[in-house]
Design a protein around this ligand. Structure first.
Ligand SMILES: [Zn+2]
Length: 260
C-alpha cells in the first residue's frame, strides 16, 4: 500500500467518523436522561420524582399526565406504568456545590453546565452525571451512588436512617436489563398490594383459616430474576385458595339471616 514514503496510517485515519458520532449521541442521551423530565422533556426541577423503573420526572408533569388522560396517547409508552401519584417517589437529591447552574454565568453555553452534574452522592461525592450508577430508595426517596450502597453495607438509609429492603432499591436510568428486573418487581409489588387490599367476598368463606404464614413469606421475597413471574402467579393462586377475609364473616352472616 502507499507507504513508500514511510508513512504509516494512524488508527484514527483509518477508522474515522462513525465512532465519534456515536459518542456524541451517547452523551446527548445521557444529558437528556439525567437532566430532562421523561414526560414533558422540560429541564428537571424540584420537586423531582422517579418511577419504579428508575426514570426521572418533574412532579407537575406526572400530575398533569394523570389528570389528562388524553395525553396518554402521545406520551403513552414512557409513562403508561404510572397509574397514580403513589407510583412515583419524590426524590431527596443532594446539590452539587460545584454546579453553577442558573445562578452562575449566564453567558456560558448551557451545554457545559449540563456536563457538570447538579446533584451528587451525599455519601461518596460522585457526580450524578450518568457516568456512575445511582439509585434511590422507595421508602424514603434518598438518592445516592450505587458505590455508596455497595461499599457501606447497611440496612438503613445512609442519609436519613430509614430501614429498607432490597426491593426498595431502584437504579436510576439503568440498563435494559436493570429495567427488566425493575419491571418484574413492580408487577409483583402491585399484585401483592392488590391482594392485600381486596379480600374478595364469597368464594372465600369456606376455607377461611390456615396458611397465613406461608403467604407472608411469599410477600417478603424480592425477585432478583425475570423468571420469577411464575412465583407471582403462584402467589395469586395461593391467595385464591385461602380466605381469612373480613368479608367472609359478613357474607355468611347474611346467608344465615336469609335462610331463617
Ligand atoms: Zn433516606
Amino acid at each position: 500500500m502507499g507507504c513508500d514514503g514511510g508513512t504509516i496510517p494512524k488508527r484514527h485515519e483509518l477508522v474515522k467518523g462513525p465512532k465519534k458520532v456515536e459518542k456524541v449521541d451517547k452523551d446527548a442521551e445521557l444529558v437528556a436522561q439525567w437532566n430532562y423530565c421523561t414526560l414533558s422533556q422540560e429541564i428537571l426541577r424540584r420537586p423531582i420524582v422517579a418511577c419504579e423503573l428508575g426514570r426521572l420526572y418533574n412532579k407537575d408533569a406526572v400530575i398533569e399526565f394523570l389528570l389528562d388522560k388524553s395525553a396518554e396517547k402521545a406520551l403513552g409508552k414512557a409513562a403508561s406504568h404510572i397509574k397514580s401519584i403513589k407510583n412515583v417517589t419524590e426524590l431527596r437529591l443532594s446539590d452539587n456545590p460545584a454546579w453553577e447552574g442558573d445562578r452562575g454565568n449566564t453567558k456560558g453555553d448551557k451545554h457545559d453546565d449540563l456536563q457538570r452534574a447538579r446533584f451528587i452522592c451525599p455519601v461518596v461525592g460522585l457526580e450524578m452525571n450518568g457516568r456512575h450508577r445511582f439509585c434511590f430508595l422507595r421508602c424514603c426517596g434518598c438518592v445516592f451512588s450505587e458505590r455508596a450502597l455497595k461499599e457501606i453495607k447497611a440496612e438503613v438509609c445512609h442519609t436519613c436512617g430509614a430501614a429498607f429492603q432490597e426491593d426498595d432499591v431502584i437504579v436510576l436510568n439503568g440498563t435494559k436489563e436493570d429495567v427488566e428486573v425493575l419491571k418484574t418487581r413492580m408487577e409483583e409489588r402491585r399484585l401483592r398490594a392488590k391482594l392485600e387490599k381486596k379480600p374478595q367476598g364469597h368464594q372465600k368463606l369456606k376455607q377461611r383459616s390456615l396458611k397465613k404464614p406461608a403467604l407472608i413469606l411469599e410477600r417478603r421475597k424480592p425477585t432478583p430474576l425475570p423468571g420469577a413471574q411464575v412465583g407471582a402467579t403462584a402467589a395469586v393462586q395461593a391467595a385464591g385458595n385461602q380466605s381469612l377475609c373480613p368479608g367472609g364473616t359478613a357474607v355468611s352472616g347474611r346467608e344465615n339471616s336469609s335462610s331463617s
